[in-house]
Each structure stands twice: as C-alpha cells, then as structure tokens.
Design a protein around this ligand. Structure first.
Ligand SMILES: *[C@@H]1O[C@H](CO)[C@@H](O)[C@H](O)[C@H]1NC(C)=O
Ligand SMILES: *[C@@H]1O[C@H](CO)[C@@H](O)[C@H](O)[C@H]1NC(C)=O
Ligand SMILES: *[C@@H]1O[C@H](CO)[C@@H](O)[C@H](O)[C@H]1NC(C)=O
Ligand SMILES: *[C@@H]1O[C@H](CO)[C@@H](O)[C@H](O)[C@H]1NC(C)=O
Ligand SMILES: *[C@@H]1O[C@H](CO)[C@@H](O)[C@H](O)[C@H]1NC(C)=O
Length: 540
C-alpha cells in the first residue's frame, strides 16, 4: 500500500519539522522503514541487508541481496559477522551479517541531497562491526552529511585466500565493495548525494580504504579518509594458501588433502566453532593477491607495494596518531622490559634487528627499561604505521590525485579510545584514540568535557568539510583557526591538538632513518610468503 507518493508526503511533513513520523523510503530494492533518532535531528535505518553470503560456501563471494518483497523494517543493528568480541571475549555473530546502517539528517531531501560518508570499521580484519553503540552518528550528522556504517566478513570468512575459484580471496573487501555499490545505487532515495561519497576507515578499515583506492575495479567514491592504516603496513599482505582450510578441517576431525573437500566440510560447520578453531590454531587472514580465474573480476591482483595508484580526481585525507603503538608497552614491570631481549616485542611479525641498527638508532647502548618506553613506542609506531603511512602519502601525492591532506592526531583528553580501554596514562594519542572525537560511543557515556567537545567540533567539522568540499578548512574560522595545507612541495601535516599547527615533514629524522633502512633490508617490509605460513601461525 505504501507507494512513492506516500513517501514524498512523509518527507514533507518531516521537513516542516512539526511531526515525528517513522521514515519510510522507496529505494531501488524496495521499501525500507527506519525510525527517528532520539539524540538528534536525523533518521536511522538499521541493519539493512546489502548482500547475502552463499550458504553452500560462506568462504566465497557474496551476492547482492535480493529485492524486498515487502517493507523492510530497518530497526535492528545487532547482527555482527562471526568473531570473538573484542570487549567480552565471547564468540559472537552470524553469517547473516552483511548489513549496513544509514543515518540521514532530517533536512536531507531529493532536492537537497547531502554528501555521504561511508565508514569501514577496524579490528585487525578479525573483529568489530558498524554498530551504533560503537559508531554513533550524532557528532557527524549535525554537519549535514549522511553517514553509512557497514559490517563485512572477518577472519577466515572474510579473508581466506586459495588457489581455487571457490575461495579467490579478499571476500571481506568484496563485501565492502558490494556495500559501496548498494550505497551508490540507493542513497539518493534517502537524500544522499551519490556523486559525493567519501569512504572512510580506521586501522584495518583504513587499510581497506587503501585497497579500494588501489583496486582496478570501478570506484564509487570521490574522496577517501584513511586513519592509521595503509596497505603498505608491513606483514599485512599474504599469498594464497590452500593449507589453511585443510588444517582447520583436520583440527575439527576431518582428514583430507583436498581443498574443496575441506571447504565443503567447513561450510557445514557452525561458524563460531570454525572461528574458535582458527584462534586455537593461531591463524590469521589478510589481504592477498588473487589468482587468475575465468570470469572472476579480481579486487587485489598484486602486492600493494608495487601497484601504481589510479586515483585521478580523488582527494585523500590520511594520517596517524602520535603514539600509535602505546598499547604494546603498557606493561611497566621490570620483567616485561627484561623480556624484550630482541628489542622488539609483538609488532606483529618476526622482525629481527640482526645488526642492532634499529636498537642503536632508538636507544643507543642503553639498557632496556621502562625509562625507554617513549622511544620504544616511537620505534614500534614508526615501523608499523608512521613510516608506511608517510610512504603512502608521498606515493599518492605523486599520483594523479586531486589533493592529499596529511595529519597527526596528538590530543589527549577524556575520550581517547584505546587509552581508556587499556587504562594507559602516557601523553599523546594511541592507535584508535581519535575515534572518540568522531563518533558517539557507549564507551563514553555522559556529556563530553568542554575541552573534548572542542576537539569533537573541530575534528567533525574538518572531516565533513573534506567530505563536502574536498578541503578540510575551506575557510579559516574561530573553530578552525589554522588553514590545513595539502601536501605540495612540502610534506605538510596538521597536528590535531588543542592548538593545532602545520608542520613540515613530521618526525623527519626518524622517517629518513626508515627510508634508508628499507633500502638496506627490503625483505623486512615484503609480502609474507606462503612458506612462512606455519612460522607466522605459531608466532602470533
Ligand atoms: C607484564 O609482563 C610480565 C612479563 O612478560 C608478565 O608476566 C605480566 O603478566 C605482565 N603484566 C600485565 C599486567 O600484562
Ligand atoms: C599537543 O601536541 C604536542 C606535541 O605536538 C604535545 O606535546 C601536547 O601534549 C599536545 N597537547 C595535548 C593537550 O594533547
Ligand atoms: C582498566 O581499569 C578498569 C577499572 O579499574 C578495569 O576494570 C579493567 O580491567 C582495566 N583494563 C585493563 C585492560 O587493564
Ligand atoms: C567561505 O567564506 C566565504 C566568504 O565569507 C563564503 O562566501 C563561503 O561560502 C565560505 N565557504 C564555506 C565552505 O563555508
Ligand atoms: C608532491 O608531488 C608534486 C608533483 O609531483 C611534487 O612536485 C612534490 O615534490 C611532491 N611533494 C612531496 C613532499 O613529495
């Protein structure tokens, strides 16, 4: 009974602002009913399915979700993809998880379409979701943008990569791609501008954004925001490996040497059991170079280190936090520092500093102790994030990109996410700390302090300006007193902080050290090869 004209009537009522009506939207895939938010002037459409996992092979490509035959009630964002929950450590999730959430300011209409931000969550490609409890929209949507947050498959279901066409690899990226295509096709029905889509991600989500930029597939977006993650981060890229499925099946009591038999066995197992088995086996799953298969369009075809970005006309905003890997050194005991015999501790790979070059650069001949904490954080952060991200920034600047804005977030306040979760008290900002200033989250109930509110206002103004204009500071204002200059002949970076200042070539001597080190020891930054598989699985 609900037709397109009814929808238009409802929209008019909303625009006049007098009544709170449940929003109902006619899309290409059918009618979708959402609800009005309580914490702002926007509507929410929660848990909209964009794709469907193949039940006979949940490790392979998903298909676009079929059209709705009746009104879809978009009221529930609780579905997450199979994983071990980061907070509760419980196995959770279901394969009916390829959903997205859409948050639409009430002033959006078909005549006044608003720019769209498409958010890809992080979590080591292993956990996380787009849930409102973690990524609440209220700070962003008040700047007149539509926000979309998504789930994509994780771990073994999202990133198993094989030599068989059934499991070509990068399924999680292809889920994201289907979600982006869904948004491109349908977002105008919600009052979103399909020609002004910004993809944005953090950590593994930021690496994902990088892969979308590097992919040869059609790009449905115009701008990209990459927070604390690059496809050039070391040891985050693997070769295809048929042994993974065989090994998991064996652990579950099914002996075979045949990949397809293993997959068909695993497809029938409970997804939580499969996820927990990969954990028991210390397996991890990442982006890979897909093999050639007839009639299969690849998403990733080669090592991201050798890909030439084709990003003509696209604008990029990319950066990292001042103390990314603070969490590694959050144990202040003498035993912990004594255990750092190899200088390096859990940077996520088998990095060995044979000639002590890295050690000498960061701490000289000094004994390892808690007094070296800041220097160790600098080392691990430079290796894993800062230098690869700077290399990405430089590479994009040299491509046909429209512009590249680079930042370092260094603010330490009451909403720094990892510092809060891990009870860290160091100065500066850890990995994931900026998220509390972009999103409303259950981690931070109550009103922000005035200092934190200023950073929220500043961050969300710059991020949404970028989504609207491709420029985070189109005008200098009281809120944004510093003009953020794009990378030009100078490697400009904005320090995001209470004062906020433009820097040139941040951490320049540390970065120059890694430039030279990378030339001397290229293998330390190279792709993980299939023969490393067992070593890696036992090491991490
Ligand atoms: C700190 O490190 C030591 C040595 O590795 C370990 O035994 C201890 O459990 C750690 N403490 C915490 C709180 O992680
Ligand atoms: C701002 O950044 C500087 C380094 O650039 C740092 O020393 C200072 O602690 C930061 N201030 C806040 C409030 O985080
Ligand atoms: C942080 O502190 C809180 C409260 O003291 C405690 O419940 C929690 O377990 C701590 N978290 C970590 C990671 O140590
Ligand atoms: C910037 O300021 C100018 C002059 O006040 C104004 O016309 C323009 O709309 C402003 N641009 C933005 C994006 O706010
Ligand atoms: C950015 O790219 C331009 C054009 O290729 C080049 O002239 C400039 O030196 C680059 N800047 C940096 C910091 O590499």
């Amino acid at each position: 009974m609900w037709g397109a004209c009814c929808f238009i009537l409802l929209v008019l009522c909303q625009v006049q602002g007098s009544q709170r009506i449940e929003p109902l939207v006619q899309t290409e895939v059918g009618l979708i009913r959402g609800l009005q938010a309580e914490d702002g002037d926007y509507a929410m459409f929660l848990g909209v399915p964009y794709a469907k996992v193949n039940e006979d092979n949940p490790f392979g490509d998903a298909q676009p979700f079929p059209k709705f035959t009746e009104t879809f009630e978009a009221l529930d964002d609780s579905a997450v993809c199979p994983q071990t929950d980061f907070f509760s450590n419980q196995l959770v999730g279901t394969l009916d998880c390829l959903h997205l959430n859409i948050y639409v300011p009430n002033k959006a209409t078909s005549q006044n379409k608003l720019p769209v931000i498409f958010w890809i969550h992080g979590g080591r490609f292993t956990y996380g979701s787009g849930k409102r409890a973690e990524f609440g929209p209220k700070f962003l949507v008040r700047h007149d943008v539509v926000l979309v947050t998504i789930n994509y498959r994780l771990g073994v279901y999202g990133f198993m990569c094989s030599d068989s066409v059934e499991v070509p690899g990068n399924q999680g990226f292809k889920d994201q791609y289907l979600a982006l295509k869904w948004v491109k096709t349908n977002i105008a029905s919600f009052g979103g501008d399909e020609n002004q889509i910004t993809v944005m991600g953090e950590s593994a989500g930021s690496m994902s954004v990088d892969y979308h930029l590097l992919s040869k597939r059609e790009k449905f977006f115009k701008r990209a925001i990459l927070q604390s993650g690059s496809a050039l981060c070391p040891r985050e890229f693997v070769q295809s490996d048929d042994k993974a499925a065989i090994k998991i099946a064996k652990h579950l009591g099914f002996e075979t040497d045949n990949f397809n038999e293993a997959i068909s066995f695993l497809s029938k197992q409970n997804e939580k059991v499969v996820v927990s088995t990969t954990q028991e086996l210390n397996m991890y799953f990442r982006a890979c170079a897909e093999k050639d298969f007839e009639n299969v369009e690849k998403f990733v075809s080669e090592d991201p280190g050798i890909t030439t970005p084709e990003v003509k006309g696209i604008s990029i905003l990319m950066g990292y936090n001042s103390q990314e890997l603070m969490v590694i050194y959050s144990n202040d005991t003498k035993e912990f520092y004594d255990s750092l015999n190899n200088f390096l501790y859990d940077v996520g790979d088998e990095f060995v500093d044979e000639d002590n070059v890295v050690r000498h650069f960061y701490i000289g001949d000094e004994e390892m102790s808690v007094s070296k904490k800041k220097l160790l954080i600098a080392f691990a952060s430079d290796y894993k994030f800062n230098h690869p991200i700077q290399r990405s920034v430089i590479r994009y600047n040299q491509s046909e990109v429209e512009s590249v804005y680079h930042y370092i977030f260094s603010y330490s306040g009451g909403r720094n996410m990892f510092k809060k979760i891990f009870n860290m008290t160091e100065g500066g900002a850890s990995h994931a700390d900026e998220l509390g200033y972009l999103f409303d989250s259950n981690l931070f109930p109550g009103e922000p302090s005035p200092e934190d509110q200023l950073i929220i206002d500043r961050m969300t103004a710059m991020w949404t300006n970028f989504a609207k204009y491709g420029d985070p500071t189109p005008n200098v204002t009281d809120l944004l007193p510093v003009k953020w200059l794009p990378v030009s002949n100078y490697l400009y970076a904005l320090n995001i902080n209470t004062s906020g200042k433009m820097h040139k070539r941040p951490y320049r001597s540390r970065m120059a050290f890694w430039d030279v080190y990378l030339k001397a020891y290229p293998e330390k930054f190279s792709t993980t090869s299939a023969s490393d598989f067992d070593a890696i699985n036992s090491g991490n």
